[in-house]
Design a protein around this ligand. Structure first.
Ligand code: GDP
Length: 458
């Protein structure tokens, strides 16, 4: 099957400066050459060179498109196969014509993710690296992008391989003991199993600990902005959205199209809930009470409660503070440019000082404090210092948990002096579960399932 030559449009469909068609497979160069006219013959081109010319309908010699063709020969390409990239003028019509012509040359249309899948099957990248390619495409903040890039480079794989290496050493040691079961060796082995299993379990714990942060970086912190009318919610929204390019996505298939808006606060992606609600409520509707805000409140990981520091607290605001006191809340005292009338001690009776941020959205003051407060809640203040390995993939998390469980079983058996060939079974299981993360010994159906999440042409 890998012998097929595949092609797909690798740039987003729609209008753009250029569109790129990627072709991969050991016949990609001669097959593209059939429809390409240029000064140089493609089959004689050196690797990693670009050639100007025309895509031509071979039968009629009709010129379809003016293109640049890039040749990347095996194994120095994304898939490790011969890859040819055809850059066409932007515009769906011309690029579709070129693709159709290529598909008449014994080239078939690639499945979603098939280029990356080939890179994996040909051994250029492992499964965590392939999966990170999806994250790279979907990254919604610089930091999420950097984390994904590290994973593409093999950061997580290296750590998993290191752990597996330790388990192999352990298994080898235990194996010797099974073959030569003298008593004193056995005691040493018990101690050795304990130290090694504990060390590896500790490392797995550390990786699992990054999972929550990884999820946040991938998906954003679900955030609700609440407060009475006129306190400055829309101003906050606009401030966050304009400083940091907001990404708005429509999710079809819901009764009312829900608008999800992503904003970046100091590298932390916030997924703002029900921003439509905030924007619509300019009249004196009781914002706090409306049903939609209630749902947003229930769903949110983080609540930004906006208060107007130039007015006294209202009863319903006090009620809201009571309700929010044990949720992840940051209180924003807005309008500090005006004279303060709000009793700040009353706010401090519900929220710790580091959860209360004073702002003036009018004068653009205090936004960094808000960033710091968010980082303090979700990243224990250590966002900047992180080593950029965050486990965030559900499959990885589940396998890490399984491996941890296997090692805990091994440890327990070890304490009870169960025969060590039985303990070896658990250690081996952990080794295999870690292996599955990087794609050692995974079945074909899982591989298919992973790669279908990709977009076409990647
Ligand atoms: P919302 O109803 O909660 O969305 O509040 P808005 O964002 O629409 O703000 C209500 C009014 O307060 C607007 O006239 C804003 O210009 C004003 N406002 C917002 N932030 C500040 C601030 O920090 N200081 C002052 N003096 N006015 C502000």
């Amino acid at each position: 099957m890998l012998k097929d030559t595949i092609a797909a449009i690798s740039t987003p469909l729609g209008e753009g400066g250029i569109s790129v068609i990627r072709v991969s497979g050991d016949q990609s160069i001669p097959l593209v050459e059939r429809v390409f006219r240029s000064k140089t013959k493609l089959s004689e081109a050196l690797t990693h060179t670009v050639h100007y010319g025309y895509i031509v309908e071979p039968a009629s010699s009709e010129r379809l498109e003016e293109v640049l063709v890039t040749v990347m020969k095996a194994p120095r390409s994304f898939t490790t196969e011969d890859v040819v990239e055809v850059s066409c003028h932007g515009g769906i019509v011309s690029v579709k014509k070129v693709l159709d012509l290529l598909l008449q040359q014994r080239i078939r249309l690639a499945e979603p993710g098939e280029f990356t899948k080939r890179a994996f099957l040909n051994g250029r990248i492992d499964l965590t690296q392939a999966e990170a390619v999806i994250d790279l495409i979907r990254a919604k903040s610089d930091r999420a992008f950097k984390v994904a890039l590290k994973q593409v480079e093999g950061n997580l794989s290296k750590q998993i391989k290191l752990l597996r290496h330790q388990l192999v050493e352990l298994m080898a040691h235990v194996e010797v003991n099974i073959d030569y079961p003298e008593h004193d060796v056995e005691e040493m082995t018990n101690a050795f199993i304990r130290t090694k299993c504990e060390a590896v379990t500790g490392e797995i714990d550390r990786l699992l600990h990054t999972a929550q942060q990884g999820k946040i970086l991938r998906e954003g912190i679900e955030t609700a902005i609440v407060g009475k009318p006129n306190v400055g919610k829309s101003s906050l929204l606009n401030e966050l959205a304009q400083e940091n390019r907001a990404i708005v996505t429509d999710i079809p298939g819901t009764t009312r199209d829900v608008i999800e808006e992503f904003v970046n606060v100091g590298g932390i992606p916030l997924k703002l809930l029900d921003t439509a609600g905030i924007r619509e409520t300019t009249d004196i509707v009781e914002q706090i009470g409306v049903e939609r805000s209630k749902t947003a409140l229930a769903e949110a990981d983080l609540i930004l409660l906006v208060l107007n520091s130039s007015e006294e607290l209202q009863l319903d605001e006090v009620v809201l503070m009571q309700q929010l006191a044990n949720k992840q809340t940051i209180v924003i005292l807005n309008k500090i440019d005006l004279e303060r009338k709000l009793d700040i001690d009353q706010v401090y009776s519900y929220f710790a000082k580091e959860r209360v941020v004073e702002l003036s959205l009018l004068e653009n003051k205090g936004i960094e404090d808000l960033e710091k407060a968010i980082a303090a809640i979700f990243f224990e203040g250590k966002l900047e210092a992180g080593d950029l390995t965050y486990v965030s993939n559900v499959r990885h998390i589940s396998l890490l948990k399984q491996a941890k469980k296997s090692l805990e079983d091994a440890l327990e058996a070890n304490e009870q002096y169960v025969p060590i060939d039985m303990i070896q079974i658990d250690i081996r299981a952990a080794w295999e579960q870690l292996g599955e993360i990087i794609g050692d010994s995974v079945g074909e159906s899982l591989i298919d399932q992973i790669f279908t999440q990709f977009c076409l042409g990647k």
